[in-house]
Design a protein around this ligand. Structure first.
Ligand code: FEO
Length: 133
């Protein structure tokens, strides 16, 4: 299981709270894999990931637009790539590939390191300058 750690913090409580939820969903995926979850159970985890992403990405992108964040387009592209990945996982699940839990877990771990700890941190100065705490 993955524990929340300050290294994941961007220093903005509304964003950190969302990212903590993602770690919770990642842990559900890990649990599902360890308990040999079936296709239906894995689809439920995938739906939770998609629902989370829709809401969280909208939150970030709304701030980016409101604050005229210059990195908005590049950031938005990474968010769209995330959806492309989750759709591909869903298609594999439909095809009966229940080993997909491994890929989902590895992708979410990659996302924590490469998106949350790198890309998300780039907007922090801009968001703080605009009064977000
Ligand atoms: Fe926290 Fe850009 O996702």
């Amino acid at each position: 299981m993955i524990e929340w750690d300050d290294k994941y913090s961007v220093g903005l409580s509304i964003i950190d709270d969302d990212h903590k939820k993602l770690i919770g969903i990642l842990n559900k995926a890990i649990y599902a894999k360890e308990h040999n979850a079936n296709s239906k159970e894995l689809r439920e985890v995938l739906k939770e990931i998609t629902d989370y992403a829709l809401k969280h990405f909208k939150t970030e992108e709304t701030y980016m637009i409101d604050f005229n964040y210059t990195g908005y387009q590049d950031h938005r592209k990474e968010h769209r790539d995330f959806f492309t990945e989750t759709i591909a996982y869903h298609d594999k699940l439909i095809e009966g590939d229940c080993q997909i839990a491994n890929e989902i877990i590895e992708y979410l771990k990659w996302w924590l390191v490469n998106h949350i700890r790198v890309t998300d941190k780039k907007y922090v100065d801009c968001f703080k300058r605009n009064g977000l705490k």
